[in-house]
Write a protein that binds this ligand. Structure first.
Ligand code: FDA
Length: 303
């Protein structure tokens, strides 16, 4: 089921037709407060009142025209300006900013965003996409990090290469958002079994936590796996860290009760809130993460 859903995520015909279908639009609302930024902002304000921070992402990837990338940057600039009061951060995909077309333009686009984030006391995260982009994304990040402190990168625990990427990121005093990984990758480069991905996730976290304690690295554990967060906390507390030193991020609409519980217990929690109309591939990846969600979609399709 996971492979089928990830195949559908890449299918151009489905990508063009499914988003026009009203029941599909209804189903996606579980993971998206609305297509417009105002809905995302309202959700962030509500979360803020409950002690949970926000991370905004405008949906979209693999753009084919640099004008589109420019529009994305302008939209994020507006989002950054509108969110200074709530301490929100943003997260963007490199291929949404032009990586398929021109790496130098992508670098310039990210730099534009980081400069605005510097002024608004915010932070820019770079999402990690499929493995075809890993090298370029890590290199782009290291180049940006050499000049700017307020930029972070998502790193995927399912890739064998990740421990070595993290060694480079530690040396660069990076900000790392550690995720398990959302794409379909072959066994030649990625762990396939969940237990292996989980074991690597914990090992990578253990590698980074001492650097977090020394304030030489920012680490965000982006996962809905609350057992994993419990283990991360046991490592962190053994190092003498506080709950507030442990940063956790989850996606809007997933395990909201756990997000609120963790925030109440003193962990630093952020909810990643997406907006925009380019939700098709992103939504399919969410379904692939938990195929039981397909039944939720099926129920929405019944009149
Ligand atoms: P796991 O899959 O083990 O799930 C743990 C539990 O969480 C499950 O048992 C289930 O109950 C619940 N759960 C997980 N996913 C769910 C879903 N979709 N619906 C309902 N329940 C669900 N990936 C990537 O490749 N690049 C990136 O840049 C990012 N960025 C990112 C940011 C943030 C804030 C998060 C939370 C995640 C990402 N991801 C990502 C996605 C990530 O790689 C991964 O696919 C998902 O987080 C699912 O894995 P979990 O870590 O939640 O664990």
């Amino acid at each position: 089921m996971r492979r089928l859903l990830l195949w559908c995520a890449q299918n151009q015909w489905l990508a063009t037709h499914v988003p026009r279908w009203a029941p599909a639009k209804r189903a996606v609302r579980r993971f998206l407060p609305g297509e417009h930024f105002d809905s995302a902002l309202k959700a962030a304000v509500d979360f803020r009142a409950k002690g949970v921070g926000a991370l905004f992402t405008r949906l979209g990837e693999n753009i084919t025209d640099l004008e589109e990338a420019n529009a994305v940057v302008e939209n994020y600039e507006e989002a950054l300006a509108a969110t200074t009061d709530i301490g929100a951060e943003i997260s963007a995909k490199p291929t949404q900013l032009g990586l398929d077309i021109d790496p130098a333009a992508t670098y310039a686009n990210l730099r534009r965003l980081i400069r605005v984030a510097d002024k608004t006391h915010s932070f820019v995260w770079i999402d990690m996409e499929g493995s075809a982009y890993t090298d370029r994304t890590v290199d782009l990040y290291l180049e940006l990090r050499a000049e700017h402190p307020h930029v972070g990168i998502a790193i995927q625990a399912y890739l064998y290469r990740t421990a070595s990427d993290i060694s480079r990121l530690i040396a660069a005093r990076a900000a790392v958002r550690l995720v398990k990984g959302a794409y379909s990758e072959p066994a030649s480069i990625a762990f396939q079994a969940k237990r292996d991905v989980d074991a690597n996730y914990l090992a990578l976290t253990a590698m980074m936590l001492p650097e977090v304690k020394r304030k030489r690295l920012r680490l965000v554990n982006a996962t809905h796996d609350t057992d994993m967060i419990g283990k991360v906390w046991r490592f962190a507390s053994a190092l003498g860290m506080e709950r507030s030193d442990v940063e956790v991020a989850m996606l809007y609409g997933i395990r909201t009760d756990e997000q609120l519980r963790l925030a109440k217990e003193g962990f630093s929690v952020r909810d990643l809130i997406s907006y925009g109309d380019a939700w098709y591939a992103w939504y399919l990846r969410r379904l692939a993460e938990r195929p039981a969600n397909v039944w939720f979609v099926a129920r929405q399709l019944v009149p």
